[in-house]
Design a protein around this ligand. Structure first.
Ligand code: ADP
Length: 266
């Protein structure tokens, strides 16, 4: 590890919003995560942080009802595409404000300025905005979004896929996924009272990921699992923790092992 320490952090949609109720921002959770980012950055002059956030109930509900992820099929969807983009910018504005209020010099970076799409696949990446922000200690904050797609006209990019691209580029010392459960369980803990938290996870671990009853167009834990292993390959440490419980993000960032799941490389 060099002199600079880089952290890549995902604020899951399940932490920053109530995923069941449209446009419900959980300001207390966001403020608490923001102040933990601030405490981490204050601990060392060369600490770089990049944040990705999900959409939660600012993204998934309308993205689902207008079927945005599958691309343009009827003109009625265009209104939905425009609304999801507007709602996501509203959510991002609140998160950036919360970070600023906590002393973190956060700046919004659009997903589209980092990745380009065709057929729901990333076809090009450009990290110049992120790198430019990091040069002088700004904290780029990007987010899952409704985006243009070269062949489908539009689609949805998840925060988890952005994490994967950023991780390959940044090779962070630590990558942390903050979600609303304590980590990855052997079964969906929202549906199985006996689900067991996995403190370590590798490709051979058997994980069941039945969907919850709330809308999510990017696959919940199932979608995350496919990116987690690539992230573990490209980061010093990769963890999934509960972002609703204060103190765990700070502990994860500062090299401790809070309750959660450590994802191991191959
Ligand atoms: P976020 O919005 O924070 O990215 P998601 O809602 O996409 O998080 O994913 C977290 C949810 O995944 C949990 O609330 C849980 O209901 C669901 N889930 C399904 N299977 C599992 C599992 N095996 N372990 C942990 N969570 C799971």
């Amino acid at each position: 590890m060099g002199e600079t320490e880089t952290a890549l952090v995902k604020f899951g949609g399940s932490v920053i919003t109530d995923k069941r109720k449209s446009l419900t921002f959980l300001s207390g959770n966001v403020l608490s995560l923001s102040s933990e980012i601030f405490s981490f950055m204050r601990g060392g002059r060369e600490r770089r942080v990049v944040i990705v956030h999900g959409g939660g109930s600012f993204g998934h509900i309308k993205a689902k009802s207008y079927s945005i992820a599958g691309g343009l099929k009827r003109t009625g969807q265009l209104r939905g595409y425009a609304e999801v983009r507007s709602d996501m910018r509203n959510l991002n504005g609140r998160i950036v404000s919360s970070l600023l209020d906590s002393g973190v010099s956060a700046i919004a970076v659009q997903a589209e300025s980092i990745v380009s799409f065709s057929g729901r696949r990333v076809i090009a990446e450009d990290f110049s905005m992120v790198d430019r922000a990091l040069e002088h200690g700004l904290v780029p904050v990007t987010f899952g979004d409704a985006v243009f797609d070269n062949s489908l006209y539009f689609t949805i990019i998840s925060g988890d896929v952005l994490m994967e691209s950023l991780c390959r580029h940044l090779k962070p010392d630590v990558a942390v996924f903050c979600t609303d459960v304590d980590g990855v369980y052997d079964r969906n803990p929202s549906k199985n009272r006996n689900a067991r938290l996995l403190d370590r996870l590798d490709r051979s671990t058997v994980v069941e990921t039945t969907a919850s009853s709330r809308p999510d167009v990017t696959g919940e834990m199932e979608g995350k699992l496919s990116v987690l292993f690539n992230i573990a390959e490209n980061s010093g440490r990769a963890l999934v923790i509960n972002g609703r419980i204060s103190g765990r993000l700070y502990a994860a960032l500062s090299g401790k092992n809070p309750r959660g799941t450590r994802v191991l490389p191959d």
